[in-house]
Design a binder for this molecule. Structure first.
Ligand code: KPL
Length: 308
């Protein structure tokens, strides 16, 4: 007789498009998954409707608020970079040294802040190229999320220095396809940061779709940014990851030509941007290594000024 499969129970912080997409996938694949909403939320459950190529799949997910008690064994964090620390700290009383926390936010730098405040959980890091966005524009109904799954991508997960995936990864990879265990996750996260530094702030500043970065008025600026990013990367030990940065950026610009970058979407919606954890992180590393990055610095200042 086949043994009973024990599924990992996931809690998800960050009920945006990627959080809902992955929460729905985990729940459908058999992992009991709960969405954590901020204190004061009154919904008792949410319906996630994921549309893809004309078909819509609905999944019901239970919700709970961070302040409720109960141990969290597996936590997926898909908030904005600047919210990671506060969000995870809000469930700090529910985490211990057996808790597995997967950080899947854009940018870098938040994990160090978090580990300093909350060292006990086991942290994993991820990056995804799945493309999804919420298309319930008014966002009036807190109990319903309409997600459009705009493009398939790959989800890379790892933990620096660990080549063998943890027990939960097999179930995860069956739910969130394709996912891969990445023994060089630091390199992958840095490459993603480098690509985001070259694309996101410039599109946010010029309020243009990603494809416009290939046009003659912006292409030289992208090339200049890439040059500086590669110098900082080399000094920080990521020369290999960014060896072909201009070509990688060009690929992403072409593949996502019609899309608005996440930073442009934040600017247009009047939300805080992730600039401190994208270009801001690059600049902190540049300072540490005594490297000048004036084009990136100017861009950082322009985007940071939008918030005021
Ligand atoms: O990751 C992205 C983002 O918008 O944050 C890119 C790759 C630039 C796609 O738009």
């Amino acid at each position: 007789m086949a043994g009973t499969v024990k599924y990992a129970c996931w809690h998800v912080l960050g009920a945006g498009a990627i959080g809902c997409l992955f929460a729905g996938a985990l729940q459908r694949a058999g992992s009991p998954t709960t969405v954590l909403l901020r204190a004061g939320a009154t919904a008792t459950g949410i319906t996630v409707a994921v549309a893809r190529e004309g078909a819509t799949r609905r999944v019901e997910l239970p919700v709970s608020t961070a302040i409720q008690p109960g141990h969290i064994s597996h936590l997926l964090v898909t908030t904005k970079a600047q919210d990671v620390c506060t969000a995870v700290m809000s469930v700090g009383h529910r985490l211990d040294s057996s808790s597995q926390v997967l950080l899947l936010a854009n940018g870098l730098g938040f994990a160090e802040e978090l580990r300093a405040s909350l060292p006990s959980p086991v942290y994993y890091y991820g990056t995804t190229t799945e493309a999804a966005y919420r298309r319930d524009p008014s966002r009036q109904n807190a109990a319903r999320r309409e997600i459009y799954h705009a493009g398939s991508g790959i989800t890379r997960i790892g933990r620096p220095g660990i080549s063998t995936p943890p027990a939960w990864f097999e179930q995860w990879a069956r739910a969130v396809q394709p996912s891969t265990w990445d023994p060089a996750i630091e390199q992958s996260l840095w490459l993603k940061l480098a690509i985001n530094c070259a694309i996101n702030p410039l599109t946010a500043l010029h309020r243009c779709p990603n494809g416009d970065l290939a046009r003659p008025h912006l292409a030289p600026r992208v090339a200049n940014l890439c040059e500086e990013i590669m110098q900082v990367s080399a000094a920080a030990g990521y020369a290999e990851a960014t060896a072909n940065l201009p070509a990688r950026v060009a690929e992403v610009v072409t593949a996502t030509a019609a899309n608005r970058s996440s930073m442009l979407q934040d600017v247009l919606a009047g939300r805080a941007t992730e600039i401190d954890y994208i270009t801001g992180h690059l600049l902190r590393v540049a300072v540490r290594h005594g490297i000048a990055a004036p084009a990136n610095e100017a861009l950082y200042r322009s985007i940071a000024a939008l918030a005021h």
